[in-house]
Ligand binder design. Sequence first.
Ligand code: NAD
Length: 366
Amino acid sequence: MATHSLFLLPGDGIGTEIMVEVEKLIAWTNAEQLTDFSTDTGLAGGSAYDKHQVAITDEDTEKAKAADAVLFGAVGGPKWDDVPYEHRPEAALLRLRKEMAVFANLRPAICYPALADASSLKRELVEGLDILIVRELTGGVYFGEPKTITDLGDGQKRAIDTQVYETYEIDRIARVAFDLARTRNNKVHSADKKNVMKSGVLWDEVVKGVGKDYSDVELHHILADNAAMQLVRNPKQFDVMVTDNLFGDILSDVAAMLTGSLGMLPSASLGAPDPVTGKRKAFYEPVHGSAPDIAGQGIANPIAMIASVAMALRYSFGMIELATKIENAISAVLSDGLRTGDIAQDNRKTVGTEEMGAAILAKLKA
Ligand code: NAD
């Protein structure tokens, strides 16, 4: 079995608590010879600042870039509110995303049957939901220049953000979406605003061009505003949705909330395949933050972090069977009625981080 390297960055707050459950999971899969992971652990965010006065050191950044996959907990907290802006905890995330050049952000929205009633939508609309939003992460209006606020002198100001996309940026994210669709239900919706934006016209043109290389995958165009509406009207019509940085930011949050709690949501960010090894740089993290309000109490939900490991197995290591087993274990534990505080329901047993992690592991062992 090939040895794969994992670089763990637990971060701050509940990040460190949920990562402990991941370490136990990896120790078990290694012991069972289901995996052969070598792991190393670094500091990111406030914990790195406390020790090194930076959000992440050069050394840990290099380790992240060299690893087969990075597992990231969460960073931030009120303790670091007043540190210099360039060293704020979130700077670690931005540096890693930039230096690892992870341009494809994958946000699955899966509704576990046992939690269907936690959604703000009716059970029949969300039960069995399994969609994947693929968001372009390193281009578009968040990064485009010029990006300015100009004083016009008469009490007026002018703010400018620039939406810029080049062919290669759209081409590569479209290929990620089509490749992923092939591992799922062979359907891609591409969302843009080509009716009012030139970047949308190019987006659509390039996606359709890429689509010709994937004649086995159904491609649909959808305007981004309609996509938002359809996500809350009939989300199960979608399989993979690919979209730009801005629309993806919004649509992935909409999709995420269909499933209930922040504590349940994993994510992946992938870079381009290495020309020699074919491997993509990859970064896996829960969607939630460091939850300072509950940090240190042992009550955080570890499911988003554990589901992020399942994503790593699936997307970085091709271990689909083991990934599915972990996802099924999560589902089974929820069906048994186990809940952490964030997804607590009447008549269900509320457990802490450790107990939830142990229950998932016990299902896997069974
Ligand atoms: P948050 O996601 O940390 O918490 C929002 C709410 O959800 C809180 O009430 C929290 O208790 C709850 N929650 C989140 N994850 C949970 C889990 N796994 N189990 C149980 N409950 C959970 O967002 P926030 O409060 O806006 O931010 C807190 C800190 O985290 C800030 O410093 C913020 O900058 C940072 N943050 C970091 C990341 C990241 O590292 N990727 C993402 C978002 C926010």
